[in-house]
Design a protein around this ligand. Structure first.
Ligand code: NI
Ligand code: MN
Length: 223
């Protein structure tokens, strides 16, 4: 069974499989397809940190759809205070949901919320396994992640300025060893303008991974 990946823009995407949809970092402002909150039917909302370009419309979306928010404890607590359903996790933690296992991974970045920490996720969604790095710098312990919970797809920020740039993300790709790498979190604003084709060439020349450049509003099928 394959999964449908849809890239909304920036760090926001959905994955649909077995009649369920998850969304990551639901920031919709300025997305080129004009996807609106009201257009989304989701079951799970993953939030890596509370900066506006990641938290986005998460609480409103959760209330409207009844979706379960899966995130760090600080954000989950805030979500609960808005009467959203939330499952609190934290870095290094794993939990098996009805759809599969989730691991919360470190991310070196601000949390956007008092006392919190930014994170990434390794998600097994009905058997489709992927790593969503969130906003992060390069860090050497990325090499451990595929040993802990293997995944086939990796979504990596390449925008620079706030996160890894293409060079750093190419090193990350080498450590992660995913079958497919999808660059995200670039070209949303001039400060994170990057050339994904150069990233693709670099990664494919130096690692076993294939890079799929998915444009905002487009998608691909994941095996
Ligand atoms: Ni951020
Ligand atoms: Mn960001």
């Amino acid at each position: 069974m394959s999964a449908e990946f849809k890239y909304i823009h920036h760090a926001c995407f959905t994955v649909t499989k077995n009649g369920e949809t998850l969304i990551c970092d639901p920031f919709l402002d300025g997305n080129p397809q004009g996807v609106r909150l009201q257009d989304l039917k989701v079951n799970y909302i993953f939030i890596t940190h509370a900066h506006g370009d990641h938290l986005g419309c998460a609480y409103e979306l959760a209330k409207r759809t009844g979706a379960l928010i899966i995130t760090t404890a600080e954000i989950a607590n805030e979500a609960s205070s808005y009467n959203c359903k939330a499952h609190a996790m934290h870095i290094g933690g794993t939990y098996t949901f009805p759809f599969g296992k989730v691991r919360v991974t470190p991310a070196f970045h601000g949390s956007g919320i008092a006392g919190g920490h930014a994170c990434g996720f390794i998600i097994d969604f009905h058997g489709t396994k992927f790593y969503f790095a969130g906003d992060t710098s390069l860090f050497g312990d990325m090499a451990l992640l595929p040993k802990l919970d293997p995944f086939d797809y990796a979504l990596l920020p390449i925008g620079g300025n706030f996160t890894m740039d293409p060079k750093d993300a190419a090193l990350a790709a080498g450590m992660l060893g995913a079958k497919v790498v999808i660059p995200i979190h670039y070209n949303t604003w001039p400060v994170i303008a990057q050339d994904p084709e150069a990233f693709k060439k670099d990664v494919e020349a130096h690692t076993q991974s294939k890079v799929c450049i998915v444009k905002p509003g487009e998608g691909m099928t994941w095996d």
